[in-house]
Structures are given as structure tokens and as C-alpha cells.
Design a protein around this ligand. Structure first.
Ligand code: NDP
Ligand SMILES: O=C1OC[C@@H](O)[C@H](O)[C@H]1O
Length: 369
């Protein structure tokens, strides 16, 4: 790797909201600060519904760099021959159309979470990515952070035995009594609610902890059971709980997952309980900075404990960007770490939990059913 000339991936950014700014700040961090020498990133185009917003974004985040093109439409970015890959930072319910248009223009795509509004939209995008031979990935940034890779390595080593039970929780206070009903967290037309916005994070930990565990062998859950609390403000879920049972291939384990957008604390994080120990991952679970492992003796007493902490320049979104660049360099259509099967498991789970919870999108939201 270190001997290769670094690949410079040229990015076009779709939308100028909060997460696009966070992502671009991380793209501009020198990869060497995280010991990455095989890929680099360059932002070459910004697309917005308003050219003024695109220009303002360039001034705010890219120091007014005149070489970056500002477009008053997303299509301008898709059509720009200088763009290799697009990053989609629009609300959930636009992801399908933005990704489709980008793929049809033969751009590689990194699309924010949740990747689509439902599993049918995602399946349609995966077919299109295959047909057009472009890389496609949901921006589940947590999966690429060094902490998550290390949790996987320890679990894979077998030292903790099989997983049995896990809990992953993410909550924050979205101030729903005071934001407009048209805000993306509240508006069902924008896929509002806790499940779609926060649910990808408990899911990534269930996938890392149970689905990916060697004794499960990537078998899907045998059951999904969920319940929702709906806010009277717009009817979207303010809190949701769901349970996944993994017992199709020898391992017998359950994930209990919870999200809320009305609690101002994101404790308790993630706990994965194995037959011979436990891994506790700190909150916030989308970008934890430490985890600890307890090792049990034959009587279930702790005989060893260790804690690992992580620090790096930037906020943690650059690791997913590095993964995109490496996959593009290798001609891959999907990532080994967050492949299409995982986004599909996430979206199929959300479809089922919404069905059980009685959350029906308004007509026209789902572009593929
Ligand atoms: N990975 C992470 O850590 C995070 C991921 N996210 C994900 O990113 C996506 C965007 O979230 P966030 O940045 O907070 O949202 P914002 O509301 O801050 O920004 C969304 C942007 O999308 C564009 N847009 C296009 N259509 C619409 C529409 N109908 N209504 C509003 N905006 C629209 C706008 O950009 P323009 O005017 O330039 O076209 C807008 O600025 C969500 O899917 C969310 O789940 C969000 C936060 C953190
Ligand atoms: O991805 C996210 O992570 C952090 C939350 O604040 C945000 O609402 C969500 O979109």
C-alpha cells in the first residue's frame, strides 16, 4: 500500500446542510495525520438547490477556493466530468433520487444514512450500481472508525466466546416541541422520526456484534420485533425499540435496540455480552472514543479488564471517505466492511419495524415499493 502513488479522489458534494459541512471539513484533513498514505481527497464541486448556498458553502468550508465549482442544481455536479464520486447529504427521502441520478451519470456514490426510505428503493439502486459499474455505499461512518475495527478484531479472536445478548441505544433531544413541523426530524414527508434518523447506529452495532460474528456467518435474523411511540405533533416515532434474534446458524443471540429523540442523554451506549466476557462501547455510539472489555473466568467473575481510547485529527467521517477511495482504486462496487447486504438488512429491518409500529409514509414518499 505505502509504495503506491496515492489515489486522489475528486468529490462532488450534494446539498449544503449540516452534515455536508461536517463531512467536507474531514475530507480536508491531511490523511497522513491518521497514517493514511494510499489515498487523498479533493473537493471539486458543490451542488445545491441555490447557487448562492453553494458559493457560501465554499467560502465557509473550503476557504473560498476558486477551483471548486458552485452549482445551483444537483444535476450540475452529476454532469461535471471532473467529479469521480458524489457524497449525498440531503434528507433521507431524497437519497433514492439523488443516488439514482448520480449513478446514471456514472459517478461513484457515498450516500448518507439511512440509505433510502425503504428496502425496495435500495434494491433498485443496487441493480443500477451493478449495471453502471459504479461503487455504491451507505455512509455508515461508524463502521470504518478504528475503534469499531478493533472491537471486531477482539470478538473475532474468539477470546470472549459467542455473543448472547446485546443492547445498543442512541438518544438525543431534538427539541421537537419547538422546531417546525416541516423539520426533517418531524416531517413524515422527509422520513421524520427516531427510527430512520438514529436507528442506523444501533443497527451497525447489531451487525458488527452479531451478524458479522464468525459463529453467525452472516446469517440474517430469524425474527424482528418492534414497537414505536408516536408523537402527536406529526405522528412520526419519537422513540422506538426493536429486537433481532440471530439463531439460524448455530449461534443463539439477541440484539435489543432502542432510539429516542426526546431524551437529552445518549447513555448507556452499547453492551455486547459474550459467554466469556463483555464489551462496553461508550456513547455516543455513532463516534465512540473508548470501549472496555471485561474477561470472565469459569465462574463468571472478572479476571481482567482493559480500556482502549482513540484520538485523531478530525471528527471521524474521513475514515469512510478513505474506504470509498480505496474501493474505487481497486475497482470494487461495494465495501467489504459495509457491503450492500448490511444496508439491505438495515432497510428490511426498518420496513418491518415501521410495519409493526404502524408508521406509514405519506403517499409519494416511497419512489419504489
Ligand atoms: N453521518 C452523520 O453523522 C449524520 C448524517 N445525517 C444524515 O444526513 C442527511 C441530512 O441531514 P442534515 O445535514 O442534518 O440535514 P440539513 O437539513 O441540515 O441539510 C439537508 C440539505 O439537503 C438539501 N435538501 C434537499 N431537499 C431538501 C428538502 N426537501 N428539505 C430540506 N433540505 C433539503 C438542502 O441543501 P441545499 O439547499 O443545498 O440543496 C439542505 O441543506 C440525513 O439523511 C441524515 O440522516 C445527518 C446528521 C449527521
Ligand atoms: O446521524 C446522526 O447522528 C447524530 C444525530 O445528531 C443526527 O440527528 C443524526 O442524523
Amino acid at each position: 500500500m505505502a509504495n503506491l502513488k496515492p489515489l486522489e479522489l475528486k468529490w462532488g458534494i450534494i446539498a449544503t446542510g449540516r452534515i455536508s459541512g461536517d463531512f467536507v471539513k474531514d475530507l480536508l484533513v491531511d490523511p497522513k495525520t491518521r497514517d493514511v498514505h494510499d489515498v487523498t481527497h479533493k473537493v471539486v464541486a458543490i451542488g445545491s438547490r441555490s447557487v448562492d448556498s453553494a458559493q457560501k458553502f465554499i467560502e465557509t468550508y473550503i476557504g473560498g477556493d476558486k477551483s471548486v465549482k458552485a452549482y445551483g442544481s444537483y444535476q450540475g455536479v452529476y454532469d461535471d466530468p471532473n467529479v469521480d464520486a458524489i457524497y449525498i447529504g440531503t434528507p433521507h427521502t431524497s437519497h433514492y433520487e439523488n443516488a439514482r441520478d448520480g449513478i446514471l451519470a456514472k459517478k461513484h456514490v457515498l450516500c448518507e444514512k439511512p440509505v433510502t426510505s425503504n428496502a425496495a428503493e435500495l434494491r433498485s439502486l443496487l441493480d443500477l450500481a451493478k449495471e453502471n459499474k459504479v461503487f455504491f455505499m451507505e455512509a455508515l461512518w461508524t463502521r470504518f472508525q478504528p475503534l469499531t475495527r478493533e472491537v471486531r478484531r477482539i470478538a473475532d479472536s474468539g477470546v470472549l466466546g459467542e455473543p448472547v445478548l446485546m443492547h445498543a441505544d442512541l438518544a438525543f433531544d431534538a427539541n421537537i416541541d419547538n422546531i417546525p413541523k416541516t423539520h426533517r426530524m418531524l416531517d413524515p414527508n422527509l422520513g421524520g422520526g427516531a427510527l430512520l434518523d438514529l436507528g442506523p447506529y444501533p443497527m451497525i452495532w447489531a451487525i458488527v456484534g452479531l451478524y458479522e460474528h464468525p459463529s453467525n456467518g452472516f446469517a440474517g435474523p430469524s425474527s424482528v420485533s418492534g414497537a414505536m411511540v408516536k408523537t402527536p405533533i406529526t405522528g412520526v416515532d419519537s422513540a422506538t425499540s426493536w429486537t433481532l434474534t440471530f439463531d439460524k446458524s448455530g449461534m443463539q443471540a439477541q440484539a435489543n435496540l432502542t432510539v429516542s429523540m426526546v431524551i437529552p442523554s445518549n447513555q448507556p451506549g452499547v453492551t455486547i455480552r459474550y459467554r466469556k466476557g463483555v464489551i462496553k462501547v461508550a456513547s455516543p455510539i455513532f463516534c465512540p472514543k473508548w470501549f472496555e472489555v471485561q474477561y470472565f473466568d469459569d465462574n463468571g467473575n472478572v479476571w481482567k479488564e482493559e480500556k482502549r481510547t482513540y484520538e485523531y485529527v478530525g471528527s471521524g467521517w474521513h475514515f469512510e471517505a478513505d474506504e470509498v477511495a480505496r474501493c474505487v482504486r481497486e475497482g470494487k462496487l461495494q465495501s467489504d466492511l459495509w457491503g450492500w447486504d448490511k444496508s439491505l438488512l438495515e432497510m428490511e429491518t426498518f420496513d418491518e419495524v415501521r410495519k409493526q409500529g404502524g408508521y406509514v409514509y405519506p403517499p409519494g414518499v416511497e419512489k419504489v415499493v
